[in-house]
Design a protein around this ligand. Structure first.
Ligand SMILES: [Zn+2]
Length: 434
């Protein structure tokens, strides 16, 4: 009897049976995942207890070798695509079906932690281990992926879904090598990047398990985050013109102080983002006063404005309100304010609605609590939304700390994520997307 058939039987007749005790998800091992996270953490270990395993470094290469060995032990067919993505494949019973892909990345930021990305790759391999142990053959082929250089601009997933801009290949990576040299170092071929492309329809689905990197789940004691999408990020320089003058001889009522306008506008930006309904965030993170001396009234201030939300319209709505507030400040203080767009760091990438429902149902079936939430950080999944139905599963980050050696997710939380991932893969394989 196939596993799927068994689940079907359980589904229709289950009165006393709990899915959790019969499902292969019960076989997910928190201890094995934890051991492997520890083993991976030795590659690029830093004195603070985290890792500095930047893409293309010796530590990255050693970590990738470790992941390849785990993939092979789990019975996967391993290859490196031309963008340097590590892909382990397990054939399904129906060769006409597209693959279900899942995974994340193992490169870190300089001075990073042991969980960002790693949990998704170790969790994906755990899913394969359990299917092997239980002798489950899926209909769809399965592909476990560890994307190249996530922290340097989602290099591997951009190459797979959208194509890398040639100009980006000459950018320096954290390792000191250019992206082009780096891709070659990890076994890719920057001259044949087109071969790493996957077309829409080529993948049945993509799922990324990842730590939340924020404190929402941990603080609320919720097991699983069902990610609605990855937020868009818009940046501006705000230029405020005042009049630089002597700080001793200019009376208080005769000043055109650009810093005062900047301070007022900063408070307004916070008030606007807080007072609107929704989960938009707006930040002034950098400020520079000119000429920048203790005894000179600031004649000019340049500060940054960043707005993030799941919808571009909402981002622009916040921005319009900020512009209106700025106009009032200009009137009051006679300090012209200019907004110069400096870029769209990312466009909003909603996950597939069906995938959210499947992930939520998987959590429910395992008696895990969940919350539907946006991702404020960027992920490889945002690129794959362009070519495949994509879903993301978050697990709690202790204290909301990430990109730090203090990053921590408990073995049980990691295992819960892998359990939901496994159930999600099986549901999709069983036709939940059809
Ligand atoms: Zn990550």
């Amino acid at each position: 009897m196939s596993f799927r058939f068994l689940v079907l039987l359980l589904g229709v007749s289950a009165v006393a049976l709990t899915v959790a005790s019969e499902s292969p998800a019960a076989e997910v091992s928190a201890a094995r995942m934890s051991e492997r996270i520890d083993a991976l953490s030795r590659f690029g270990a830093n004195p603070e207890g985290g890792v500095s395993r930047v893409a293309y470094s010796e530590a990255d290469i050693a970590g990738r070798e470790y992941i390849q060995s785990l993939m092979r032990e789990a019975g996967l067919d391993v290859r490196v695509d031309t963008a340097g993505n590590l892909i382990g494949r397990r054939e399904g019973s129906d060769p006409s079906l597209p693959a279900i892909m899942f995974g994340s990345h193992i490169d870190s930021v300089p001075g990073g932690g042991n969980y960002d990305g790693d949990v998704g790759v170790i969790g994906a391999i755990e899913v394969i281990e359990v299917l092997e142990d239980k002798g489950v053959t899926t209909r769809h082929p399965l592909e476990v992926v560890s994307f190249t250089d996530e922290e340097g601009g989602l290099v591997g997933s951009v190459a797979m879904a959208l194509g890398l801009e040639d100009s980006h290949l000459d950018d320096a990576s954290h390792s000191g090598l250019t992206v082009r040299e780096g891709i070659r170092t990890v076994g890719g071929d920057p001259e044949r990047l087109d071969e790493a492309r996957r077309e829409p329809g080529e993948l049945a689905a993509f799922i990324e398990l990842h730590i939340e990197q924020g404190a929402i789940l941990a603080e609320a004691g919720i097991d699983i985050g069902v990610v609605e999408g990855i937020v868009g990020i818009h940046w501006w320089d705000v230029v405020i013109e005042g009049f630089a003058n002597h700080a001793g001889t200019t009376p208080m009522n005769r000043r055109r102080d650009a810093m005062l306008s900047a301070a007022e506008l900063t408070l307004e930006i916070n008030r606007i983002a807080t007072s609107m309904s929704g989960r938009q965030v707006a930040t002034v993170g950098r400020i520079r006063a000119e000429p920048g001396a203790p005894n000179v009234i600031p004649g000019r201030v340049v500060m940054s404005l960043e707005i993030r939300d799941l919808s571009t319209e909402k981002i622009m709505q916040v921005f319009k309100a900020v512009e209106a507030a700025a106009a009032q400040i200009v009137e009051k203080r006679d300090t012209p304010i200019r907004f110069e767009p400096t870029g769209v760091a990312s466009v909003p990438a909603p996950t597939d609605e069906r995938m959210r429902r499947i992930i939520a149902a998987a959590a429910d079936g395992l008696d895990l609590s969940y919350k539907v939430m946006p991702s404020g950080a960027g992920h490889d999944a945002q690129d794959i939304t362009h070519i495949a139905p994509t879903g993301m599963i978050f697990v709690p980050s202790k204290g909301g700390i990430s990109h730090s050696p203090k990053e921590y997710t408990s073995p049980e939380d990691m295992a819960n994520g892998a359990r939901v991932l496994l159930e999600t893969v099986l549901a999709i394989d069983g036709g939940a997307l059809e």
